[in-house]
Design a protein around this ligand. Sequence first.
Ligand SMILES: Nc1ncnc2c1ncn2[C@@H]1O[C@H](COP(=O)(O)OP(=O)(O)OP(=O)(O)O)[C@@H](O)[C@H]1O
Ligand SMILES: Nc1nc2c(c(=O)[nH]1)N[C@H]1C(S)=C(S)[C@@H](COP(=O)(O)O)O[C@H]1N2
Length: 162
Amino acid sequence: MKRVAIITSSDTGYRGEREDLSGPAIREIVEKNGYEVVSEDVLPDDRKMLSERMAEIADSGTAELILTTGGTGFSPRDITPEATEDIIDRRVPGIPEAMRAYSMTITKRAMLSRSTAGIRKKTLIINLPGSPKAVKESLEYIIDALGHGIEIMTGEAGNCAR
Ligand SMILES: Nc1ncnc2c1ncn2[C@@H]1O[C@H](COP(=O)(O)OP(=O)(O)OP(=O)(O)O)[C@@H](O)[C@H]1O
Ligand SMILES: Nc1nc2c(c(=O)[nH]1)N[C@H]1C(S)=C(S)[C@@H](COP(=O)(O)O)O[C@H]1N2
């Protein structure tokens, strides 16, 4: 079974001032799609804390997929894409491109998400936007295609031939 680690990046969530609904929204969707959730963290919008946690998960080989939520917008403290870029080995631009393209059919504000994706070792890391609504819309659109990518990344599948 493919394993996923969930990281919510939210100052208010970390301070306990708002219940995190976006992490659980991710959990519901991934579990429906056959993934096992191995960890759930709520962290502040802190570049070092976020990047260290992502690297720790990837380097320990505990999850094939890390999904982050929040911190992708224009607020001064939004820093999740930079924290991700700090620790990835290879960029995966097609996934955020797809999320934004589809999400812009729902709201033009989707273009305001700076989310990125990449691979560190054998872990794929994807930034989702912060609101539970945006999580659902973005993740449900991409999730079908992820399995094949993860299988190629881990060596389980050979290539894209079908
Ligand atoms: N983890 C979350 N759980 C529940 N609702 C969220 C979450 N993240 C965002 N939202 C909702 O989306 C709105 C816009 O998200 P935004 O990232 O601007 O949150 P924020 O509260 O301004 O900042 P932060 O979550 O970093 O403290 C929020 O006002 C909230 O309604
Ligand atoms: N599918 C989808 N994507 C979306 C949205 C949405 O409602 N649906 N909201 C957008 C908005 S309003 C913002 S500001 C950005 C960044 O969100 P974040 O700062 O919470 O990560 O995500 C965008 N992406």
